[in-house]
Design a protein around this ligand. Structure first.
Ligand code: FAD
Ligand code: NA7
Length: 462
């Protein structure tokens, strides 16, 4: 009999989790299907694979990356640690709770390099279109080999969509913005705070991007930062130089008008207005249609597309948990594809989703939302052999993280947390985050040499 075939779109943390899940089964002697992962970039890591480019890449594909220079983890690393590959195992030393992007990228790669899964990935290959044949129950993928400028098709029994959902900007229009004389971009194209030094900046939005880009620009020398909110302000106690204002109504040249009647002049605008779930390679009936929230509708157990469970989506929820959630999803999805998990009827799946959707509708912010996602992970982790980790303790850490940010948005990254995987307490970083202008892995992992005292230097000169 022919082996079943699994196609994975995307080699970011979610797609890599799927590859790792199959490798784990293989190591236990289980027979696994033939797997091919398609990645439109030249390397793995998804968002964590930093791109200095904006707009399009060297083959004319839209740039996927939304991360920027000086990006540091925005939550404690202890909340995302792989439970089968600890930070201690990777770095062989104790590191702080909030590493910069290159350090987390290194960690992601460390686990996957242990297995020879790179061979499963076809880089520089974009999934262009998907169709499903109801009689053969197979997917046909139209793929573009970008390097060789060639289109070809392949058939799969299961399709895993791991293409991420923080890449296609949601870019609202505000009257008069077309005449704004300064720079107007979306957070997706923000590549670092340097260029905003000495500027008066307006950021529209009041979630993670607005918070972090605002703080980054403040840290790197912006003259002032205003965050404009539509529904709720972020509401932490901001330092002098950052403030929150209600929503912009319109612009007159470089002047923004706010809906409380106030006006202010700005040098640049950054839309921190979130992202669209965008799947240009999927026909409407297979496409997940959702806003960014903790329980997108039509995904049973958060991953199986209810109309067609052979179509699996990973990492499509808004995220408190990241790497460890993608893992629990990927392990469960693997066991379904291996025939070890049988799904209930479509109606039963609908009823299960409805229960979660109802709870999601009634959710408050903060702690409630953390508990919701923790319960979701508890619900699915029991379906596979993904190594258990103390989810309740991670939930407590998330809640402390929320309080740390409220207490001081500039210093929360100096706090340390204890790993639920190894029990190790994180080290304090050698430099306080507000004084740390270098986000390189080398600088992060090595204690900087102490500056010679001034009198020694003077002696040398004499
Ligand atoms: P992605 O990382 O987006 O990877 C998707 C992959 O699919 C990409 O490699 C892409 O090239 C590929 N792809 C897309 N379409 C196609 C196609 N048609 N054909 C082939 N390949 C395709 N999480 C944290 O835990 N901590 C943080 O501090 C943090 N900070 C963040 C900051 C920013 C600015 C953003 C945008 C996100 C941040 N996140 C953070 C969340 C982050 O999205 C996740 O950590 C993680 O990257 C999601 O993994 P993913 O694999 O689902 O998606
Ligand atoms: P989010 O978390 O989806 O937040 C989007 C924000 O944009 C949110 O505050 C929205 O306000 C706001 N928004 C959306 N549309 C508008 C309009 N039209 N006008 C004003 N404000 C608007 O996206 P982020 O980019 O912050 O975070 C995504 C990921 O990137 C996250 O995982 C981080 O780790 C990094 P609302 O509250 O809906 O009124």
């Amino acid at each position: 009999m022919n082996k079943k075939r699994v196609g994975i779109i995307g080699a970011g943390p979610s797609g890599l989790a799927q590859l790792r899940a199959f490798e784990a089964a293989k190591k236990k002697g289980e027979e696994v299907p033939e797997i091919v992962c398609f990645e439109k970039q030249s390397n793995w890591g998804g968002m964590w694979n930093y791109s200095w480019r904006t707009g399009v890449g060297k083959y004319g594909e839209p740039i996927h990356g939304s991360m920027y220079k000086y990006l540091w983890s925005n939550g404690p690393k202890e909340c995302l640690e792989f439970s089968d590959y600890s930070f201690d195992e990777h770095f062989k030393k104790t590191i702080s709770s909030y590493p910069p992007r290159p350090v987390l990228f290194d960690y992601i790669q460390g686990r996957i390099k242990k297995d020879n899964v790179r061979d499963y990935i076809r880089f520089d290959t974009t999934a262009r279109w998907v169709s499903f044949d109801d009689s053969t129950k197979k997917f046909t993928l139209v793929l573009d080999d970008l390097k060789n400028n060639k289109t070809y098709t392949e058939e799969f029994d299961y399709l895993v969509v791991a293409s991420g959902h923080f890449s296609t900007p949601n870019m609202p229009y505000f009257k008069g913005i077309e005449n704004f004389p300064g720079n107007v971009i979306h957070a997706h194209d923000f590549r670092g705070a340097d260029q905003y030094k000495d500027q008066n900046l307006l950021l529209i939005g009041s979630s993670y991007s607005a918070e972090d880009i605002g703080v980054q620009c403040y840290k790197h020398g912006a003259k002032s930062v205003t965050l404009s909110y539509r529904t709720n302000p972020i509401g932490v106690s901001w330092p002098e130089g950052i403030k929150e204002m209600p929503l912009v109504t319109h612009f007159e040249d470089d002047i923004a008008h706010f809906n409380n009647g106030e006006t202010e002049k700005y040098d640049a605008v950054i839309m921190c207005t979130g992202y669209q779930h965008k799947f240009p390679f999927l026909p409407s009936k297979m496409r997940l249609k959702t806003k960014n929230n903790l329980y997108p509708d039509n995904l049973y157990k958060g991953v199986f597309f209810n109309e067609l469970p052979q179509l699996i989506y990973l990492g499509m929820q808004d995220q408190y948990y990241t790497f460890n959630m993608f893992d629990t999803q990927a392990w469960m999805a693997r066991d379904y594809m291996l025939g070890k998990i049988e799904l209930p009827s479509k109606e039963e799946r609908r009823a299960d989703m409805d229960t979660w959707l109802k709870r999601n509708d009634d959710l408050g912010h903060g702690h409630d939302a953390v508990d919701f996602q923790s319960d979701y992970i508890k619900d699915i982790i029991k379906l596979s052999d993904y190594p258990a980790f103390n989810i309740d303790k991670v939930a407590v850490m998330f809640k402390e993280w929320l309080s740390d940010k409220e207490e001081n948005i500039l210093t929360y990254r100096d706090k340390t947390y204890r790993s639920v995987v190894t029990g190790t307490m994180a080290a304090e970083h050698h430099t306080e985050w507000m004084d740390e202008m270098d986000d390189s892995k080398e600088r992060y992992l090595n204690e900087p040499e102490e500056e010679e005292p001034e009198e020694v230097k003077m002696n040398v000169r004499i």
